[in-house]
Design a protein around this ligand. Sequence first.
Ligand SMILES: Cc1ncc(COP(=O)(O)O)c(C=O)c1O
Length: 403
Amino acid sequence: MLTREACEALDRNDPLKDKRDLFALPDGEIYLDGNSLGVPPKAALARLQHAAETEWAKGLIRSWNDAGWMDLPLTLGAKLARLVGVEPQEVIAVDTVTINLFKLATALLARDGGAIATEAGEFPTDNHVMEGVARITGAPMHRVAPNTRPADLPEGVTVFIKSAVHYKSAEIADFEGYEAEAKARGLNIIWDLSHATGLVDLKLKAWGARYAVGCGYKFLSGGPGAPAFLYCAEDQIGTLEHPVSGWLGHKRPFGFEDAYEPDDSIVRWRTSSPSILALSALDGAVSAYDGVDMAQVEKKAIALGDILLEKAEALGLEHACPGRGQRRGGHVVLRHEQGYAIVQALIARGIIGDFRAPDLMRFGFNPLYNSYADVFDAAEALADVIETRAWDAPEFLARKAVT
Ligand SMILES: Cc1ncc(COP(=O)(O)O)c(C=O)c1O
């Protein structure tokens, strides 16, 4: 078992150690929920303030041109493109994950016909929004067993939604294998990168992926409800029609024409006036990734998770994620029938994780700001809460709405 001194030594030698100072970390707390809502980078807060007080309050309408507002979904998209391994002109920061799933799936069904498939146990919105797409397009929808491979999907499926990192189990998908099988049968995979962006060393282009959506508020730390993003391979853009054909996807929005004529570039996926304050915060946040090697980020996340998993094994806790040394996303999942109360008792001690029904405790690690010593201290606190039954108190047992 690693000692605290050994963890401190790992922190001293960590190639990412200088990144921690870029974040406005809460005093006296260990934040292990960056997989749900990231800690704000100081640059995100500064950028937000500048956008509000200078660009908006002083520049007013002129800022659409002078402050680069109109192009912000694209300039930010280009930065996100590096993090997911595609070309700068293939990503746009826009709308939400759910809405981008709707846009891509509906457009693919309009082009290719056929049926939709989602996995049982996917993040609920992925299943829910595809039910909506099926209702309005009339396309059949298949809900398949978890980890059904593209080659094994029912005949006729043309659109398949798949999380790159599963929100509960932290399992990482076999991107290349899935894409090869998809191509062999004319299937389009829409990757949900929500739990992967800013954590996994994604190489979507090299893996043959053509469509993806991702989230701005988790590892990217863009703020609560931050804008999402959409990736569409350049050679596919002209073949797909945005189902919500708003004025800002038009080739000449300021021509104010009656008829819709979609832009030829990734701009086609824009819907409405961009949400500038939210985009500005996310734009500031992603600067934390400047110069960062994503392979190092992914490697450190596994090493951090391993520390907690080792302690969990010593405590006799079962894990519901890939085990020690195995490739996984940025969180570790432990099972305990009193998981909710244990997480509450840890939060009372300033160690913030979360709980997913019925019995899963999730602890997420952002390698840009979580240290090895953080995880060591959290593991010790977890052991203490369980061994002393500190969780067994009315204030920890009463359930709140958001878990
Ligand atoms: C895998 C996954 N997809 C989608 C979402 C929801 O995205 P949004 O609220 O932007 O629609 C989440 C949120 O936690 C998620 O974990």
